[in-house]
Design a protein around this ligand. Structure first.
Ligand SMILES: Cc1cc2nc3c(=O)[nH]c(=O)nc-3n(C[C@H](O)[C@H](O)[C@H](O)COP(=O)(O)O)c2cc1C
Length: 192
């Protein structure tokens, strides 16, 4: 099973989140590529070979960053051939405020995956509902479509530890779902 994480990060915050997701996927596979959008464009063949792709962008003005959009539009060169059909997809975003319209970015990423006929994996981590500690527990922002992280630019740690834990769990979940999907596919090919 091979996975790829494609992210954009101008100032390094989203990269930290991508790295934690990368570590989570490594619980299931050593075959994960961590690629910036520029690297992904240069190595697009590797993405064609991957079983699953996790997309990540900071939220800028309530949407993906311009660089991430550039990557999205680059894929228009092969979209009509549907080369990514039935690959697993998932997405995450990071921004400096708690809400910051991050959901819109996740909707954009899931629509992008849908236009490529990919199979979208949700966050799959139930938040805790106890008052006062929700944000320090996994999936503290209670985001279900994809993973949301908050990077407070004034903090030295850049990203709260709880978000890095969630990122790790999210990466692991996407890897587990991809593995199950790949195994089922190969079993159904064998039984034909
Ligand atoms: C042009 C621009 C627009 C931004 N818009 C938003 C926004 O809509 N919501 C938000 O919460 N943060 C916003 N931010 C803050 C970034 O999301 C935040 O600094 C993030 O950590 C940057 O990620 P990066 O270091 O990976 O580039 C914006 C930052 C920039 C530079």
């Amino acid at each position: 099973m091979t996975l790829a994480i494609v992210y954009h990060s101008n100032y390094g915050h989203t990269r930290l989140v991508a790295e934690a997701i990368f570590r989570g996927t490594q619980q299931l596979t050593k075959d994960t590529l961590l690629l910036s959008t520029c690297e992904a464009i240069a190595q697009i063949e590797q993405l064609h070979q991957a079983d699953g792709i996790i997309f990540g962008s900071p939220t800028y003005f309530g949407s993906v960053s311009a660089e991430f959009k550039k990557f999205m539009e680059f894929t228009g060169s092969f979209w009509y051939r549907q080369l990514w059909k039935d690959k697993i997809a998932a997405g995450f975003t990071n921004s400096s405020t708690t809400n910051g319209d991050k959901l819109h970015t996740l909707i954009q990423l899931s629509l992008f995956a849908a236009q490529h006929s990919m199979i979208w994996v949700s966050t799959g981590i139930l938040p805790v509902f106890t008052e006062g500690i929700q944000q320090t527990e996994p999936n503290g922002m209670a985001s279900y479509l994809g993973f949301m992280a908050q990077s407070d630019n004034s903090l030295k740690t850049l990203t709260p530890p709880a978000d890095l834990t969630t990122a790790f769990l999210f990466g692991k979940r996407v890897a587990q779902c991809t593995q199950q999907f790949v195994q089922t596919k190969s079993l159904s090919i064998q039984s034909k």
